[in-house]
Design a protein around this ligand. Structure first.
Ligand code: ADP
Length: 832
């Protein structure tokens, strides 16, 4: 409220000067209105009043006085109202107003609650706020000081209840206060004066007005709820619109006029202080004003200094502009009616521009760019326009057609709608760049062909890498294959040094591959025969293969591993021949211990079986011979024939059994050479004599070329008989009827040479390699004699080997065969 009054005061002061000027017209206007209303009948207005000195009260004679009656009387006189004051207490007044017993009530503070119950004028008659008053001596400075105090307050006071009521604050702060409720402000002061209460809540207007009568009571610092005091009217009455409009009109007028009855009444009732607020100047105001004056003064000085400086600067810039070696040109944009930039014009240029372009300043100024430079084209226009509009400088390079030069241009905008350009001639640089560019393109072409060459090179390298990889993979694959072969493999170079050895060889020999590689074959592979004698260098299959240049196979040797473990091996060695030159050999070998075991078991079985068969066959033969000899009686022809058949078969069986026995003996090493002086010539004679029936049967011609001077020799006659008998027997067997057989015996040094030649069926080429193997028979032999066993030559070979001799043959199918035997005449007895 204080602020509102200040404002109003100021406003009044402002209007004061113009007020008098309008005064005459206003008075004229009012007199006209007054005369209009004066003619009409007066209106009765019932006004509720109560005692609230000095705003409204009754004197001793019952006349209603105070600020409100003064105002109302003034208005009533002008509005031709007949005022009827109805006096009562504040509470009574409000009650009457509610019931419509009065038309209006004075001095009512506006609140939200009351706005619901009454209509109000809009113009505030007076502002008011609550004041907590107390005895001078009582120290009450804040709401907290009210704790435990007794406070007198009007029952329906606007300062009680609602959002801002004192009771609400007291409650919110948790204070204990005893309120003493009364009907009038006077009563609160009386109680306070008597000391029955500690404080009283009244309007500040009442407090000011009561200062004279209650000098000891003062206003504390506690202010409550600023309110507006207006006229209240009975809610919703039809006359209200008229009354409110007129009351507001007059109150405003009176308030606007400092000399009005309103101000006079306030003055008369000592209430000027209540609404006139003395302008309080804060302490800091004067120094602030002084400081502001000084700042303004200094600012003025600064502006003057700046202006001078600017003119100095402008001069400086001008001289700089003039003396710059770089071209500087100021331009102005030219826009069409749609605001689109279409060209630009030169405003000024420096001497450097004229010097370098040859365009005099007078000619340049005012000229359009399109004419001057031959530009003015869209891209640059938009750049310039952009700089002009945004103020952001830009830089680019361009070619001025008319000048036939390249320029590096920096654009800036010194003032709205204008732009300046600094231009450097970069024609030389541009030409150099062009030259460099063409050189670069040439180089690029060169580089391209170089690149292509590089690519081709890379392709070659890739192929090479691929090939290398293939080789490596191949190598790895070969190694893997080699490693996975179950038989031992050793390869040597021509010097018989080991160059390859697989895992199986490593396992069998007990030598690590890494250790063995590079060593001599003979240092790694030790071979023995069955009797435990080391096989000499020359007899080793590897060396034999080197010497003979053919694949050599042997299955009768024993290998001695690094750990001295002995086991039988089957060895095959093949020479590696390249361009008819031996570049190494490959030896493949395997452990045949298990095979040997099976073989031995078989031989043992054969030996046992044949041995057991010999006796029954001997008995059979003996009885047949007895029968055929007619020792037990005569036989008829049929019986004799059948017995002969039986005898023949039995004899064949005996031969077979003997042969099997011989074989098994040889194989089991049980066969021994029993040397004794032997007449070999006679031995041959005997055998041929025994074979006579067969020779006769076939009508064969037998020729004997026997050296008669051959002495007796130390040999095993039984075994030699087996050899000679088998060879002569075969020659008879495989000769045709009337064939020719030739038996040769001679001595060459210490070697006895024996051979049997026939003109028989011969041995087919395919059968030759297997002639000395067990049970082998050539197809042509099977056709000729189905009864053969295929064991004779096997036994013969074994005996010759045992006797230290050699056996071989020459044969041509259908032409005949010759078997040769050479035997050293100094024989030794050895076990196999
Ligand atoms: P067999 O004579 O019982 O068949 P051998 O061991 O004595 O068994 O001979 C083996 C094979 O050698 C004969 O089956 C035959 O094919 C061949 N053979 C041996 N001697 C001669 C020969 N004089 N003429 C032709 N073939 C022969």
């Amino acid at each position: 409220m204080l602020n509102q009054h200040s404002f109003e005061t100021c406003r009044n002061q402002l209007f004061k000067s113009v007020g008098w000027t309008c005064c005459f017209f206003v008075l004229l206007f009012f007199s006209l209105i007054f005369s209009v209303f004066a003619t009409s009948s007066s209106q009765s207005v019932r006004v509720g009043v109560y005692d609230n000195q000095p705003k409204v009260y009754q004197d001793d004679k019952g006349v209603d006085l105070g600020v409100y009656p003064d105002i109302l009387n003034y208005i009533a006189a002008r509005e031709n109202w007949k005022l009827n004051y109805i006096h009562g207490t504040w509470e009574e007044g409000l009650r009457r107003l509610k019931k419509g017993e009065i038309d209006l009530m004075v001095d009512v503070a506006v609140s939200d609650e009351r706005l619901k119950e009454f209509d109000f004028t809009k113009e505030t008659v007076m502002g008011s706020w609550g004041a907590v008053c107390a005895d001078k001596k009582t120290k009450i400075e804040s709401l907290q000081d009210l704790n435990g105090k007794k406070i007198a307050i009007v029952k329906s006071s606007v300062y009680l209840g609602g959002e801002d009521g004192i009771d609400i604050y007291i409650k919110a702060l948790g204070l204990k206060v005893q309120f003493i409720y009364v009907d009038e402000y006077d009563q609160t002061y009386e109680l306070l004066n008597k000391g029955e209460v500690d404080a009283a809540v009244v309007s500040h207007i009442f407090a000011i007005a009561s200062q004279k009568n209650y000098p000891r009571i003062v206003r504390t610092n506690i202010f409550l709820k600023p309110t507006e005091l207006r006229f209240a009217l009975t809610k919703g009455k039809t006359d209200n619109l008229y009354l409110i409009e007129r009351l507001d009109y007059w109150v405003k007028r009176l308030k606007d006029d400092e000399g009005s009855v309103y101000y006079k009444s306030l003055e008369n009732h000592g209430l000027t202080a209540a609404i006139t607020v003395q302008e309080v100047h804060p302490k800091w105001l004067l120094p602030a004003q002084l400081a502001a004056a000084i700042i303004i003064f200094l600012l003025l000085l600064f502006i003057i200094w700046l202006t001078q400086k600017r003119s100095i600067l402008i001069n400086k810039f001008r001289s700089l502009f003039e003396s710059m070696t770089e071209m500087v040109v100021l331009h102005e944009m030219i826009y069409d009616e749609n605001g689109k930039a279409i060209d630009y014009r030169v405003i000024d240029c420096n001497p450097a521009f004229s010097d370098m372009t040859g365009i005099p300043r007078e000619k340049a100024i005012g000229a359009k760019a399109s004419e001057l430079y031959g530009t003015g084209d869209a891209p640059y226009l938009s750049i310039y326009d952009d700089v002009v509009k945004t103020g952001h400088p830009k830089r680019f390079e361009t070619f001025f057609k008319n000048l036939n030069k390249y320029f590096d241009i920096s654009v800036f905008s010194p003032s709205p709608g204008r732009f300046g350009t600094t231009m450097s001639d970069i024609t030389d640089r541009k030409n150099t760049e062009k030259l460099i560019e063409s050189r670069r393109k040439e180089l690029e072409k060169l580089a391209q062909s170089e690149e292509e060459a590089k690519k081709a090179m890379l392709n070659v390298m890739e192929d090479f890498e691929e090939a290398k990889l293939c080789l490596e993979v191949g190598k790895t694959r070969d190694e893997a294959i080699l490693a996975s072969i179950g038989d031992g493999i050793i390869a040597t170079d021509p010097d018989r040094r080991i160059i390859v050895m697989n895992k199986a060889a490593e396992r069998l020999l007990g030598w690590k591959v890494n250790e063995a590689i590079g060593k001599l074959y003979d240092d790694v592979v030790l071979l023995e025969d069955e009797k435990g004698t080391y096989v000499p260098f020359k007899e080793k299959p590897l060396h034999k293969a080197f010497d003979s240049r053919v694949t050599t196979t042997i299955a009768t040797l024993y290998l001695l591993s690094k750990n001295k473990i002995k086991f039988p091996v089957a060895i095959t060695v093949s020479p590696v021949i390249l361009k008819n030159k031996i570049i190494g050999a490959v030896e493949v070998f395997r452990d045949i211990a298990h095979e040997k075991e099976i073989e031995n078991a078989k031989t043992e079985f054969a030996s046992l079986a044949s041995h057991q068969l010999r006796t029954p066959f001997a008995t059979i033969n003996w009885y047949i011979e007895l029968l055929l000899g007619k020792d037990v009686g005569e036989l008829n022809a049929k019986q004799t024939k059948y017995l002969k058949e039986m005898y023949h078969a039995s004899c064949r069986m005996v031969t077979l059994v003997n042969a099997i026995l011989s074989v098994s003996r040889v194989e089991m090493g049980k066969s021994e050479i029993m040397e004794k002086p032997t007449n070999v010539v006679r031995l041959i004679e005997t055998i041929t004599e025994e074979e006579k029936p067969e020779i006769k049967e076939k009508n064969l011609e037998v020729e004997k070329k026997i050296d008669k001077n051959i002495p007796q020799v130390m040999t095993d006659p039984e075994k030699l008989t087996i050899v000679i008998e088998n060879l002569i027997n075969n020659s008879i067997k495989y000769s045709p009827v009337k064939g020719k057989i030739c038996v040769n015996l001679n001595l060459k040094g210490n070697t006895l040479m024996f051979s049997v030649a026939d003109s028989g069926i011969g041995i087919p080429e395919t059968a030759k390699p297997q002639i000395f193997t067990r049970f082998f028979r050539a197809d042509n032999a099977k056709a000729q004699d189905p009864e053969g066993a295929g064991l004779g030559l096997y036994i013969v070979k074994a005996i010759v080997d045992l006797m230290g001799g050699k056996i071989w043959f020459e044969s041509k199918e259908n032409h005949g065969t010759t078997f040769f035997v050479s035997l050293p005449i100094k024989l030794t007895s050895k076990k196999l």
